[in-house]
Write a protein that binds this ligand. Structure first.
Ligand code: AMP
Ligand code: ZN
Ligand code: FE
Ligand code: FE
Length: 291
């Protein structure tokens, strides 16, 4: 049984439609696929239709942009009620903040001598609700300014680079509570990815586990082997679910092929049991656990 619990579609910043992604997952031999676009559930319906068609199990998720200890943190929300108003309200605020800063980024690019029109970005984003830096990067690629997304981030879009503009993110602790109220389960995505251990020390993980965090994404391409082993030990001590996933973005991220990291079946079982329990406690009106 091969399980990949974190992937993206064009509903956020992947390069595949939900249908293409799910077909590719089945073709690559995955049995279970988590579709977890940034801050949106827009890809779920198409992913579910295709999953039923090709006979793989879909786990519905959202990778929520949050902030903790002054830094960004990505929180995977699995199987929440997508109609729970406080969750919708947070996602709306995050998505608004993500796209409303695009004009400011283009202004900074102009100051740096690079002319990108908002229509170039819109074309790259192709109507996604979550227009952000990846689409500005794609516009820069299309215009021939940079060869690929990563170069665009390195030269222009990362914090400290000329076109970086900060945006709203939900407080992490509050989001863990909202996801629980929505009958979902929270797993911290790549906890030591972008900024290494200092951004999310063991003491912070311990505190978050006490506040309802259910799991850690241990096996992720941004974690070197030593980080994975330490995170695995921390998860064991704190009785947290351990997940592994590709964080696949289609052609949008190199070295994140579907199934390059996977989640053990017994860990998925724990996660689903926790979702069932959260659902039973919640006021959800959507089907218990959609899977
Ligand atoms: P934004 O939400 O607009 O701030 O964009 C952040 C998203 O950009 C992240 O969640 C990643 O999916 C993507 N991203 C960040 N850094 C890179 C990079 N170096 N190369 C490609 N994509 C990246
Ligand atoms: Zn992304
Ligand atoms: Fe992430
Ligand atoms: Fe991701």
């Amino acid at each position: 049984m091969r399980i990949d619990l974190h992937t993206h579609t064009r509903a956020s910043d992947g390069t595949q439609t939900a249908e293409e992604l799910v077909r590719a997952a089945a073709a690559s031999g995955l049995d279970v696929l988590g579709v977890t676009d940034h801050d949106t559930t827009e890809g779920w319906a198409e992913a579910a239709r295709t999953a039923a068609e090709v006979g793989i199990t879909l786990v519905r998720g959202i990778e929520v942009s949050t902030k903790h200890l002054g830094r960004g943190a990505h929180l995977l929300a699995y199987l929440p009620d997508p109609t729970y108003p406080p969750l919708l309200e947070h996602l709306r605020k995050i998505l608004d903040g993500r796209s409303s800063r695009v004009p400011a980024m283009l202004e900074r690019l102009r100051e740096a001598g690079v002319d990108v029109d908002i229509s170039d970005v819109r074309r790259a984003a192709d109507g996604t609700a979550a227009t952000g830096r990846p689409h500005v990067a794609d516009a820069l690629v299309t215009l021939g300014v940079v060869p690929d997304r990563s170069t665009a981030f390195r030269r222009f879009l990362n914090p400290g680079r000329p076109a970086y503009v900060n945006r709203y993110a939900a407080p992490l602790v509050e989001m863990i509570r909202v996801i629980d109220e929505a009958g979902g389960v929270s797993v911290l995505a790549h906890p030591w990815g972008r900024h290494g251990e200092e951004s999310m020390p063991e003491s912070a993980l311990t505190e978050l586990a006490g506040l309802g965090l259910a799991g850690l994404e241990v096996d992720h391409q941004d974690h070197p082997p030593a980080a994975r082993e330490r995170l695995r030990a921390i998860a064991r001590d704190l009785d947290l679910v351990v997940t592994g996933s590709s964080d696949h973005h289609g052609l949008g991220k190199h070295d994140h092929e579907l199934g390059c990291n996977t989640t053990a079946p017994e860990e998925l079982e724990r996660l689903l049991a926790l979702a069932d329990a959260a659902s039973a406690r919640s006021t959800r009106t959507t089907p218990e656990v959609l899977r």
